[in-house]
Design a protein around this ligand. Structure first.
Ligand code: BTN
Length: 267
């Protein structure tokens, strides 16, 4: 019997089949269309949904990036998903989760397709110097601690060049464009989630340093001169290191080391 569909859908069953057993992923909400997986996950987290709740959509009508930018989330082309996390960490460490996410995306793509993404500060991943993945992490705090974090990940997967929005076509790319292969999104999602599960376990038992080592090994800008643009100013310096709270240590020309909070960096 034919279904009449010539495209694969990211159904809950399909994701579970690719994922197999998971100690992290709990409930899965799989939508054809949703405003934003982050918004839906945030509401579910406020209703006490568990850590490991996964929200995935074929299309987002109001997909968001950082600084309220629009995130283009067309039907059936990408991976648009959010995960509810409830790590027992202080509020100051909430900014570390995007490092785990971007390392997990890079490792999955390397294992899956032998692609080697370059990790840019720490919410973006690039291929051939063009962005294909963005991470939006949003948190709720209580008494100086994390109550929950919504880790939202958007990946351009099966886009052909003409599918990328015209205004960002010159700066963006997709896994398909880079690998010249149409990719099974459920399998890629499962590989990312399995990798994330392992990195998250490491983070909870050994802290962020082993993850930062992996992140730094994949960041071509480390040790180089970079320009950082924030709301309150602009700085040029050498990207020396990342501290244990995920801040960039930028050595200015004066020799002073400036600590830059990840969420604000635009270089
Ligand atoms: C950025 O690069 O500014 C972050 C983009 C994050 C996009 C993802 S797609 C899934 C989740 N839902 C959203 O509305 N945004 C994130």
């Amino acid at each position: 019997m034919t279904s009449g569909f010539s495209f694969e859908l990211l159904s809950e069953d399909r994701i579970k089949a690719s994922l197999g057993s998971s100690s992290l992923v709990d409930r899965i909400y799989a939508f054809w269309t949703v405003s934003s997986t982050n918004d839906f996950a945030y509401k579910r987290a406020l209703h006490d949904d568990n850590e490991g709740t996964l929200v995935v959509a074929e299309e987002q009508t109001r997909g968001r990036g950082r600084k309220a930018r629009v995130w283009d989330s067309q039907f059936n082309l990408g991976l648009w998903f959010s995960l509810i996390l409830r790590p027992e960490i202080s509020a100051s460490k909430a900014g570390l989760l995007p490092f785990l996410a971007s390392v997990s995306v890079a490792e999955a793509l390397e294992g899956f397709l032998n692609l080697k993404p370059d990790l840019k500060w720490p919410n973006d991943a690039l291929l051939s110097n063009r962005k294909f993945c963005g991470i939006l992490s949003e948190a709720e705090f209580i008494d100086g601690h994390v109550k929950f974090i919504i880790l939202g990940i958007g990946i351009n997967v099966n886009h052909k060049s003409e599918n990328l929005p015209e205004d960002i076509r010159g700066q963006s790319t997709s896994v398909r464009i880079q690998s010249q292969m149409r990719v099974d999104r459920a399998d890629l999602l499962a590989a990312i989630l399995k990798g994330f599960e392992s990195n998250y376990t490491t983070f909870k038992s050994n802290g962020i340093l082993p993850i930062l080592e992996k992140w730094k090994a994949r960041c071509s800008r480390l040790g180089k001169s970079v320009e950082v643009v924030q709301d309150d100013g602009q700085w040029e310096g050498i990207f020396q290191d990342i501290d244990a709270e995920g801040r960039m240590l930028l050595q200015l020309k004066s020799g002073e080391i400036k600590k830059i909070v990840a969420a604000d960096v635009l270089f």
